[in-house]
Design a protein around this ligand. Sequence first.
Ligand code: V47
Ligand code: SF4
Length: 357
Amino acid sequence: MSLKKIEKKVLSGKRLTEEECLLLFKSDDLFTIGRLANHVAEQKNGNNVYFVNNHHINPTNVCVNRCTFCAFSKSKGEKGAYELDIRKILNKLKTQNSKRKTQFSEVHIVGGLHPEWTFDFYLELTRAIKKALPSLHIKAFTAVEIDHFAMISGLSLANTLRSLKDAGLESMPGGGAEIFNTRVRNKICPEKISGRRWLKVMETAHKAGIRTNATMLYGHLETYRHRVEHMMKLRELQDKTNGFQAFIPLAFHPMNTTIEGAEYTSGIDDLKTIAISRLMLDNFDHIKAYWVMLGEKIAQLALKFGADDLDGTIIEEKITRSAGKLASDAMTRDELITLIQKAGKVPVERDSFYNPV
Ligand code: V47
Ligand code: SF4
């Protein structure tokens, strides 16, 4: 098997195998991999690169899971633990909206698994946002949170999701996937739901008509083979449901985490992972270069290596920041546009379903 054979397959639109994906990870020919990924990205999305005018809210950092890679979470009562109530969250959203030249179109809400909060709190929060800002798209709660809500409410996954949808939830982010491999998962997030359960929650969401994203946390204890297995499982589920919108490789940040010997990922690894995901996940429409984790410059380069989405304006990102974020806190619409144009691509402001706005 050679890169030449893989090139032929990619150019003729054939699906890559697990072994071919592994060979790509082991290859040093980053430029060939990037060129092929860019070719696929252009076939799917032309020269367009999408971004969204959005705002992140993390209602609490109190979390019962305490994953070893997570520098954001705290235990209840620990110094630095915080809890936002509905009024504070609404105030944040309204203040941000009034400060901006153009109003943001999406709120992205994820947080810790609080040991005392009830499912009703999350339903009320969702309803309150929808009532106060009806045109705002609510993209909220990872599969891990959804599983937690089902547990504390005693509802089935389907009914938990249906209740949230009725309250105003419109789509879900892709967090909590980490790495599906059980051995690695038990080391980096022993208390978290299994990879199999994460996939089950997403399958149920897709069946309920809720579109979601998918992520993969890389650069910690996993091997290339684990990354390949992870992508294969996502590709299989996408074949079944077609409910995923974007895949987002998340570059591990090591500061304040308890993963021993952990380092920042290299720019080479970041670009390779973006490009290979574009080549492997032939049934995903979008690959997101999440600039908050990649840094602005690697995210810009990623646009030549298969990525077609940068995410958005963000504001107040806390998860990466706690773990030693190198990127800046927020990017304005104008900065995102310039970054994309300087990569020779066409900036397209999108809504949460990738319709141009
Ligand atoms: O699930 C936690 C990751 C995720 C660290 O769907 C870390 O559009 C790196 O999923 N280093 C939450 N990563 C963020 C997330 C996300 C972000 C942007 C867009 C979307 C989307 C989803 O952050 C967690 C975990 O995988 N994370 N700690 C860390 N030290
Ligand atoms: Fe909790 Fe999520 Fe952090 Fe894990 S990654 S400790 S589940 S907030």
